[in-house]
Design a protein around this ligand. Structure first.
Ligand SMILES: Cc1cc2nc3c(=O)[nH]c(=O)nc-3n(C[C@H](O)[C@H](O)[C@H](O)COP(=O)(O)OP(=O)(O)OC[C@H]3O[C@@H](n4cnc5c(N)ncnc54)[C@H](O)[C@@H]3O)c2cc1C
Length: 429
């Protein structure tokens, strides 16, 4: 007798957690075939991408290789990009794999499913702004973060050795933009051995935010404290400044003003991947996210679930959809890990209930700010400094422990700490 097939597309925070849990529980016992599809070969904790972009963290140590992880945890890994879903025939189409010269090494494949979980994440939203695709960097995935880092290194070397300033524009005052700004300050401080030792003073960074304040999704107190830190670092915060276009020379604002920049990072808005719009009959919102019911099922196809950033769920009486955060993705994955078997048995999946565990922003070594969540003992309590930094780091450590297991994760932490002592913490060459 054939066993049920669960295909999970996207091995990010939500998808990796779900594949691990289901693989260990159902896959290992042969009770279901769990298959994870991702276009990358390695998993990273996405909230660290800004440190990879800045070069203040070693990317290799942060990666979990899907192939090795799959065989240890009872699921299968199928590399490749999702190209489409045949909903009525119930299979997903996965794109070909190419060799370094671009020749097809493995052709496109069709993977049948009984249940499909979409966990494709999201990227920044350029809102069709002219020049963004041509002139801006994005830091939404590993390849983009590394590409930015490579460009950054060249600009920093040129600035230090040719005695010029380096002008960086970050568009988008959300957590990604704010955290990246702090990390860039740290990088240039640590690289003081370059040239005349004035690299930090040469950094001219401007953060553009169209809304009235940065960190719009966070309580005002966090935004104020973070603004003070960034201004204290000598950065310019341009709130209420809508970027209308980008050119090779910099940023064009709504009032027609042009501001020069050597490097631009686009970190504004959120949009789910375009492939979702090509799945016929899947209900999407204007950000291309799948509209799901409280059981996390697509509203017109109960064999398709969607979690994390690529899903949109407005809890009853909430008034607005859950935010695209690591916390939401992880909690939704845990919910499905617990209840998805019910869908296999034709029973209803209980509604997902979000537990707000607070919000945290890390300004790297300078500080961190946050509030405790509505689900805790001191709802809304403001935390800062070392405590908030530890809270931010704990989110990552907890994820690592879920994915690697509590016996292996401490070994990874030890290796990381040892490596940090032995090797320079920055990449500049
Ligand atoms: C720089 C940065 C900092 C952040 N900081 C924070 C923070 O401090 N706190 C917080 O809560 N959130 C933060 N976030 C947001 C957080 O990372 C996301 O909300 C979270 O990763 C969403 O998890 P997910 O599982 O939905 O998707 P992701 O973790 O993005 O995973 C999506 C996966 O899908 C794969 N994929 C995508 N398209 C395809 C395709 N067509 N075919 C196959 N595979 C595909 C990707 O390779 C990826 O592995 C940050 C994000 C960024 C970029």
């Amino acid at each position: 007798m054939s066993i049920p097939r669960i295909v999970i597309v996207g091995g990010g925070i939500g998808g990796m957690l779900l594949a691990t849990r289901l693989g260990r529980r159902l896959g290992r016992r042969g009770e279901a075939d769990i298959c994870l599809v991702d276009r990358e070969f390695t998993h990273v904790w996405k909230p660290l991408l800004h440190t990879i972009a800045a070069g203040t963290r070693d990317v290799h140590q942060q990666r979990v290789h899907f192939l090795a992880h799959a065989s240890k945890n009872g699921y299968r890994f199928e590399p490749g990009e999702l190209l489409g879903v045949a909903r009525h025939a119930r299979y997903v189409r996965v794109g070909p794999l190419r060799d370094a010269a671009g020749a097809i090494a493995v052709g496109p494949r069709e993977l049948p499913y009984d249940l499909l979980v979409l966990a494709l994440g999201s990227g920044a939203n350029d809102y069709g702004t002219p020049g963004v695709r041509e002139h801006a960097h994005f830091i939404d995935n590993q390849a983009q973060a590394e590409a930015f880092n490579q460009a950054l290194r060249m600009h920093l070397l040129r600035a230090a050795l040719h005695d010029t300033d380096i002008r960086i524009a970050i568009v988008g005052g959300g957590a990604t933009g704010v955290e990246l700004a702090a990390e860039l300050s740290d990088l240039t401080e640590q690289a003081s051995g370059l040239g005349d030792g004035q690299l930090r003073q040469r950094l001219r960074l401007t953060l553009y935010e169209g809304g009235p304040r940065i960190l719009a999704a966070f309580p005002e107190k966090i935004a104020e404290a973070s603004s003070d830190v960034l201004r204290g670092l000598g950065f310019t915060l341009r709130t209420g400044a809508r970027v209308q276009g980008l050119s090779e020379g910099g940023v064009l604002l709504q009032d027609g003003q042009a501001e020069p920049a050597d490097l631009v990072v686009w970190a504004a808005g959120v949009k789910a991947p375009g492939v979702l719009a090509r799945i016929a009959g899947l209900p999407l919102n204007r950000l291309q996210q799948v509209e799901v019911t409280p059981s996390l099922q697509a509203s017109r196809d109960e064999r398709i679930f969607a979690i994390g950033d690529c899903a949109s769920l407005t809890p009853p009486n909430a008034g607005r959809a859950l935010p695209p955060t690591a916390q939401v993705a992880a909690q939704q994955a845990e919910h499905l890990a617990r209840y998805i078997e019910r869908a296999l048995q034709g029973e209803a999946v209980p509604p997902f209930r979000y537990r707000d565990q607070g919000a945290l922003v890390s300004l790297g070594k300078y500080s961190a700010y946050g509030t405790l969540g509505a689900a805790g003992l001191y709802p809304g309590y403001f935390i800062r400094g070392r405590l908030a930094q530890l809270g931010h780091a704990w989110l990552h450590r907890r994820h690592q422990a879920s994915v690697l297991g509590w016996s292996r994760a401490p070994l990874a932490w030890l290796a990381e700490a040892t490596n940090a002592c032995a090797h320079p913490p920055i990449r500049l060459s």
